[in-house]
Structure formats: structure tokens, C-alpha cells
Design a protein around this ligand. Structure first.
Ligand code: DUC
Ligand code: ZN
Ligand code: ZN
Length: 474
């Protein structure tokens, strides 16, 4: 009798670089052996005809995030990590938001209290810096970065969140000095405010006008500016949730120039368009997110960005609100203008199946790029590799077993989240994760939750190797 706790037998393993028929032996939550004819174990999982992939890492999700008065996010750590596991994920990185006037340390403490004992899968936190006071820039942020919160997001738009260019430079300078990775939400705040006021004056209040209030140049200009500010400081930067060709080309241009500029896109920019916001009555609010879904040409550009490596990570930007709920999207604060609709859509459980079906099955990307875009690159970018993001001896046994031929019609009831809808309802998918395992323990098997709440742990992170500045001095 061998010492393996579990053997996954007969499957095809794929990593970001290789695909091979191989069994995996797991002991003490880690991959202990890869090979053929491994001796027996406590449990043998038959993976014949299946793909054995690194569990998904979703480095852009929002759980339990304060969302303003009278609006409540639909997922906390319990429902959010549960839904993530249903979608083949084993680690997620939600954002700990600092509110104006709040100490960053206090925000982190409160966020840990939200997560403690509630997670089905592993979690690590990014920070959101909304109030870069002297105390935050000089003490709290550098100390938190040293303590494993090695990436943070800044916003160029939104009341209460938007940083001025001067503030962006200040926080980027801290990242430069500490080796943290800066993530940027790139939209021009003043342009959005101007367009929103104009549209409302013309009585254009429907959800569709959310998209019209933040057209492509709003995002392209801010992307260009964020990259320029990062270049001035000489600090690497990640442009998150890129929705269109012009912004993608800004990132590509910077990369061609040798700048460390990274890009992320999301499922909504591959399969939704602005037309989805134009639903009957207020149904369009189900698709309100920022940046908004664009058009077919933008979808093609996002695919191109994934195929050519301009985008290195594919995340859900899961930011869930309920639809038919006074604290959700349908009647935000009892008002009818798009301005008040909470921005964000659910998608942590559908990210991987959508990319697998639309990408791998339809021949747009190969299986190894799928693994890189959905797991390995997230781990490498955010300081979790090689513990997470690959199938290799010594790595955590974080694994999703996929049936590449399973046909599924997406319906909200199979996603196990806290929302009351999915923007992808009715979408036909080929390929689905049939088992999700975290550190050797099965969490979801054949659509049934078998894991334990509280099994998921918090992961302090290393500094990202991608966040190292190239040239010294500025
Ligand atoms: N930005 C995000 O990253 N998520 C949802 C809403 C937003 O503006
Ligand atoms: Zn954002
Ligand atoms: Zn987001």
C-alpha cells in the first residue's frame, strides 16, 4: 500500500506548456508524483476520457464589497467561493476596498473578518487604494505590501474612488519602491460625468445609456494615461477589464516598446455586446458593468489580445448584484436612471466554461493557452507560483477535472451563487468541470457540493516577479 492519499488515474493532464497522459498521486494536499502505474491509494479517482487541469485562479472577483448606500453585493465569501468551485476554480483574489477616510489597515482587518471560516476554496486579497493619505502612502501601504498584500487596484473613475493623476503618481511611486503590482481601472471620470449629465438632460435614462455614457474613447484615453503615468514612474502596471481594440492596442504598443504593461480581459467582452443592455423594461440592467460590453468588432479584438499574448490573464470581474431586489439592479434607490444601477455582473462560475467552449472547442486558443490564461499566469502575476497554478510535484493539489464533451446549457440554478440571475442564461457550452479539488480535498463533484465551508485558507503572497521595475532611477 502506497502513501498516496488520492490518485487521479487515466486522465490527460495539461499545463500551460504541455499535455500528457499521466496519473497524479496526491499526499498531504500536494502533488507527490506524476507517472504511470502509481500504487494504490486511499481513494482512486477515475479520470478516463477527462482532462486534468490546474484549478482555475480568478484574480479579479468582488465579494462582500461595500457598494454605497442601499446597495448590497450579492456574494459574500461563502457563496462567492462556493460558486467559484462550481466553475472549476480553486483560488480567487477578491479586492479589499479602502473607503474614503478609512485606514487601509482597518479595511484589511474587517475584510479578514468577512472571510474567516467562510471559504470553500483558497483566497488572497488585492487592496483597493481610494484614499492615499500620507499615512497610507508612507506607512500602511508599504507595510501591507511587505505582509503579503502585494498588489493593489486604483480607479480613474467613480465618485469616492477616482484618484487624480497626482495621486496615481504617488501610489505608483510606492509600488515602485516596494515591488507591488498596480492594477488600474482605466476610464475617464470627467468624460463619464459630462456624458451622463447630457444624456439625463435629454431623458436618455435607460440601461443602454450606461454604455453610451462611457464609449470607447473614455477607456482608451484613460488606458493611455495610466500607461504614461506608469512609464513616468517606471513601474509595471496591469490594465484590468479591457473591453475593446483601441485600449488593447494601447497596451500592445507599450509592450512593443518594452514597457512592463500587462492586460486582462473578461468573458463579458467576448460574448456580450451593448445590445444586451437594450433589453425590455429594465432587463438591460443585468448587463450593466464597467467598462460596458461593446460590439462584435471589440469582441474580435479581445480574442486577438488573448491569442497574441497582449492579455496575459482572463478573469471574471465577478461583481454580483441581485436583479429583482430593492438593494440590487432593477430599481436602484427607487430611481430609474442608468446612473444609479450598480456596476458589475456575476461570472465567477461561468468564466472557465465560456473560455473553454468558445476558445478551446471552437479552435480559437489551444488547451495550454487556456490553462495559462485561466490559472498559471494569474499565479505568476500575483505571487502564488509555483505553489498554485500548475500541476507539478510539490505544488498544491488544486485540480479541476473536465469532461471536454459535456454539453451544458447555462442556467442560473447550477451556479450556486448569491445572485438571482446570470447574464449568460441559455448559452450553450461544450466542456464542463466535473470535479474541483483544493489541496487534495474534493469540493465539488458532479455538480454537488461536497467540500466544507472554512476549508479554504487565506494566502499571503510573494511579490510578483512581473512587478520588478526594469531600469533603476527616475
Ligand atoms: N470595476 C470592476 O473592476 N468591477 C466592477 C465594476 C467596476 O467598475
Ligand atoms: Zn474596475
Ligand atoms: Zn472588478
Amino acid at each position: 500500500m502506497s502513501g498516496y492519499d488520492v490518485i487521479i488515474r487515466g486522465g490527460t493532464i495539461a499545463t500551460a506548456s504541455d499535455t500528457f497522459a499521466c496519473d497524479a498521486g496526491i499526499s498531504d494536499g500536494r502533488i507527490a508524483a506524476l507517472g504511470r502505474d502509481l500504487a494504490s491509494a486511499g481513494e482512486v479517482i477515475d479520470a478516463t476520457g477527462k482532462l486534468v487541469l490546474p484549478g482555475g485562479i480568478d484574480s479579479h472577483v468582488h465579494f462582500s464589497q461595500p457598494s454605497g448606500p442601499d446597495v448590497v453585493m450579492a456574494d459574500d465569501f461563502e457563496s462567492g467561493t462556493r460558486s467559484a468551485a462550481f466553475g472549476g476554480n480553486t483560488t480567487v483574489l477578491p479586492f479589499c476596498l479602502q473607503q474614503k477616510g478609512q485606514s487601509l489597515r482597518e479595511a484589511v482587518k474587517a475584510y479578514h473578518a468577512e472571510a474567516a471560516g467562510r471559504c470553500y476554496i483558497d483566497v488572497a486579497f488585492h487592496l483597493i487604494v481610494a484614499d492615499p493619505t500620507e499615512q497610507v502612502l508612507g506607512q500602511e501601504l508599504p507595510a501591507l505590501i511587505e505582509n503579503g498584500y502585494t498588489s493593489f487596484k486604483v480607479f480613474m473613475t467613480y465618485e469616492g474612488l477616482a484618484l487624480s493623476d497626482h495621486e496615481m503618481l504617488e501610489v505608483m511611486a510606492v509600488a515602485r519602491e516596494t515591488g507591488a503590482l498596480v492594477m488600474v481601472h482605466a476610464e475617464n471620470y470627467d468624460a463619464i460625468r459630462f456624458l451622463t449629465e447630457r444624456l439625463e438632460r435629454l431623458g436618455k435614462n435607460a440601461p443602454l445609456y450606461h454604455a453610451r455614457s462611457r464609449p470607447i474613447p473614455v477607456e482608451r484615453e484613460a488606458t493611455h494615461r495610466a500607461i504614461s503615468l506608469a512609464e513616468i514612474i517606471n513601474v509595471p502596471v496591469m490594465i484590468v477589464h479591457v473591453s475593446n481594440r483601441e485600449s488593447m492596442e494601447e497596451i500592445r504598443r507599450a509592450q512593443m516598446k518594452g514597457l512592463k504593461v500587462y492586460g486582462e480581459t473578461c468573458p463579458q467582452y467576448l460574448v456580450l455586446t451593448e445590445r444586451d443592455l437594450d433589453g425590455l423594461n429594465m432587463e438591460g440592467t443585468k448587463y450593466v458593468c464597467s467598462p460596458p460590453p461593446r460590439d462584435n468588432e471589440s469582441q474580435l479584438a479581445c480574442w486577438e489580445g488573448l491569442q497574441q499574448g497582449v492579455f496575459s490573464v482572463f478573469s471574471s470581474d465577478h461583481c454580483p448584484f441581485r436583479y429583482d431586489d430593492p438593494q440590487g439592479k432593477l430599481t436602484p434607490k427607487g430611481r430609474t436612471s442608468f446612473r444609479w444601477v450598480p456596476n458589475g455582473i456575476p461570472g465567477v462560475a461561468t468564466r472557465l466554461p465560456i473560455l473553454f467552449s468558445e476558445g478551446v472547442v471552437k479552435g480559437r486558443i489551444d488547451l495550454n493557452r487556456f490553462v495559462a490564461l485561466t490559472s498559471t499566469n494569474h499565479a505568476k502575476t500575483y505571487g502564488l507560483y509555483p505553489r498554485k497554478g500548475t500541476i507539478a510535484v510539490g505544488a498544491d493539489a488544486d485540480i479541476a477535472i473536465w469532461d471536454p464533451e459535456r454539453r451544458v446549457t447555462i442556467t442560473h440554478d447550477r451556479l450556486a451563487d448569491g445572485s438571482d440571475y446570470t447574464p449568460y442564461e441559455g448559452m450553450e457550452i461544450t466542456g464542463w468541470p466535473v470535479l474541483t479539488m483544493v489541496r487534495g480535498r474534493v469540493v465539488v463533484r458532479d455538480g454537488e457540493l461536497v467540500g466544507d465551508k472554512g476549508f479554504g485558507i487565506y494566502l499571503p503572497r510573494e511579490k510578483s516577479p512581473l512587478a520588478k521595475a526594469t531600469v533603476s532611477g527616475w
